[in-house]
Ligand binder design. Structure first.
Ligand code: ASP
Length: 579
């Protein structure tokens, strides 16, 4: 016995006259008083079953019981539909199956939502994910994810990379998030951390002589969940020994290229443009600029120097955007509100109306020559940011994106990949009043910048790079530190004492002392990449069983309390009754 001869999406006119067996889910049943029509579905498509009491009285009797999502098996003859019932929108629309025998293989309770329903609440979708995943959208997304992963694997292996597994129960790996901890029964009071990435292990593999490693690695980071963030996610994790930055970027470009080809899409042109971090920040106000629209930030520090407008005169940096619309008062008020949320004190502007007239409370402080220097054509608005360069970039970066979206300046048909390179090595951590790493503590120092680690940490550039696609950060990487003395200097600059450095990373420091080759790598967020390829707005739509933003899983009810006994075994006691 076989359950099925063809998939539900396969029957075609060439099968007419053949008796075949199909199996699948009842997507729809229509009772035409006598004849019953059932749309039988699997992931390949739908075939229309026709149950005729004259042909099979038993099948007709059973067909009355069919409800949506029952699992059916039907044997019958493939016949041509009469011309007026041909459905050109369905690949199987020229035929139907005249049923000889019908079997209800499995029944379904009434459904919490219909599969073709629009706008079903997401928590409900996730609670009944096994149903939700039957929809065309989710089948497409998860299958697309499978195609991409296998294309990447093929490409990496063709390039000589070896897939090596690294542990999930380990010590903390510093990627800037909180750790998930796992208590250990055999040693009460001790904890494993789930890896935020396989960073240290992949570096050890380089020292161990596996000069081309890759892994589709699961990473765990305890961070607030967002459109592009889940507690656990997959990344294409790569490390290469004796490699330059260009070698690493090239490999990732090949992986991206292979993914597009596997999906039958026009691949983006390689090499992707490279943009220095400082330039990205000044021109686009972002380290992950969306290059599908222009609207570049420009500098007005010189033009406004000595201005009578106090805000400009005293600002270390004045920059601006020219939005191609003369905004109304109301619109400007709303923009100002937003600018304030992003840290601005206010929003200075110049509206140039269609006749070229300038409307602005600050116009009186600026001479005609200065006004002209902004190059704002009639029908536009100049939006200013004034203050510290970092804060100005942040505000104008947000405004640029907001205006780009609102005024529909983004060309959705474009795919803009780019590499952002030359990131700073350190960032100032306001909260703790010290330097922290901008990528991770193992990131190499830009050539010639090593001396700055002690003398001017804020000015030191690193050998880190990010891959950006249409304004989404797809991943980051770097050429690493491969000398123990340099690694220790960086630890010191990060405020780690020698003891702390040894305590946390002694095994890495030791390995770096035993013949560590130069190496570098990258990690690309697979779920983000797949979401963008699928045209989905968030990674939950390409993840089979994601968590909602509170961190809970509506399907299994995890996370959940555990029995006292289990805690005791682990040497744990809850401090407070959870509320
Ligand atoms: N381990 C880093 C991350 O997961 C990426 C890398 O440097 O390879 O973000």
């Amino acid at each position: 016995m076989s359950w099925r001869d063809l998939m539900c999406g396969e029957p075609r006119p060439e099968h007419v006259g053949r008796v075949v067996t199909l199996a699948g889910w009842a997507a729809r049943r229509r009772d035409h008083g006598g004849l019953v029509f059932v749309d039988l579905r699997d992931h390949t498509g739908i075939t229309q079953l026709v149950v005729n009491p004259e042909r099979s009285p038993a099948a007709a009797e059973l067909a009355k019981e069919i409800r949506n999502e029952f699992v059916l098996r039907a044997t019958g003859e493939v016949v041509s539909r009469s011309p007026e019932t041909v459905n050109p929108r369905m690949p199987t629309g020229e035929i139907e199956l005249q049923v000889n025998a019908l079997e209800i293989v499995s029944r379904s309770t009434p459904l919490p939502f219909q599969l073709d329903e629009e706008g079903v609440d997401e928590v409900l979708r996730l609670r009944y994910r096994w149903l939700d995943l039957r929809t065309g959208r989710m089948q497409r997304n998860l299958r697309l994810s499978g195609v991409v992963v296998s294309a990447i694997r093929r490409q990496m292996e063709e390039l000589g990379f070896v897939d090596l597994w690294t542990p999930n129960l380990t010590r903390a790996t510093p990627e800037g998030a909180r750790d998930f901890l796992v208590p250990v029964r055999l040693q009460p009071g001790t904890f494993f951390a789930l890896p935020q990435s396989p960073q240290i292990f992949k570096q050890l593999l380089m020292i161990a002589g596996f000069d081309r490693y890759y892994q589709i690695a699961t990473c765990f980071r305890d961070e607030d969940l967002r459109a592009d963030r889940q507690f656990e996610f997959r990344q294409l994790d790569v490390e290469m020994a004796f490699s330059t930055r260009e070698d690493v970027l090239r490999v990732l470009e090949q992986a991206v290229h292979a993914s597009f080809v596997a999906l039958g899409r026009e691949p983006p042109v390689t090499p992707f443009p490279r943009l220095a971090w400082a330039e990205a920040m000044s021109r686009f106000g972002s380290d992950k600029p969306d290059l599908r629209f222009e609207l570049e930030i420009q500098d007005a520090t010189e033009i406004t120097r000595g201005s009578e407008f106090g805000v400009f005169a005293n600002a270390p940096c004045v920059r601006y955007l020219v939005a191609p619309k003369p905004f109304s008062r109301g619109e400007l008020d709303r923009l100002e509100e937003m600018a304030k949320e992003w840290g601005a004190k206010g929003l200075a502007y110049l509206v140039v109306d269609e006749s070229g007239e300038v409307r602005s409370p600050i116009a009186k402080f600026l001479s005609d020559a200065k006004l002209e220097a902004f190059g704002a054509p009639p029908g536009s608005t100049v939006l200013f940011g004034a203050g510290e360069p970092g804060a100005v970039a942040r505000v104008l970066g947000f405004l640029r994106l907001h205006v780009g979206r609102e005024l529909e300046l983004i060309d959705e048909s474009r795919d803009e990949f780019l590499w952002v390179i030359d990131f700073p090595l350190f960032e100032w951590d306001e909260e703790n009043g010290r330097w922290t790493f901008s990528h991770h503590p193992f990131t190499g120092i830009a050539e010639g910048h090593e001396g700055l680690v002690e003398t001017d940490p804020g000015a030191a550039l690193s050998m880190a790079y990010d891959l950006v696609w249409n304004g989404w950060e797809l991943g980051s990487g770097s050429i690493r530190i491969h000398r123990q003395d340099v690694q220790q200097r960086v630890f010191r600059a990060l405020g780690l004492t020698e003891e702390e450095g040894n305590e946390k990373f002694g095994f890495l420091l030791e390995a770096l002392r035993m013949g560590a080759p130069p190496h570098g790598g990258f990690a690309m967020g697979l779920d983000r990449f797949v979401a963008l390829l699928a045209g989905e707005p968030n990674i939950r739509e390409v993840t089979a069983f994601p968590k909602v933003s509170s961190g809970a899983d509506p399907l299994t009810g995890a996370p959940a309390p555990v029995p006292e006994e289990q805690l005791r075994e682990l040497g744990l006691r809850l401090a407070d009754e959870p509320s």
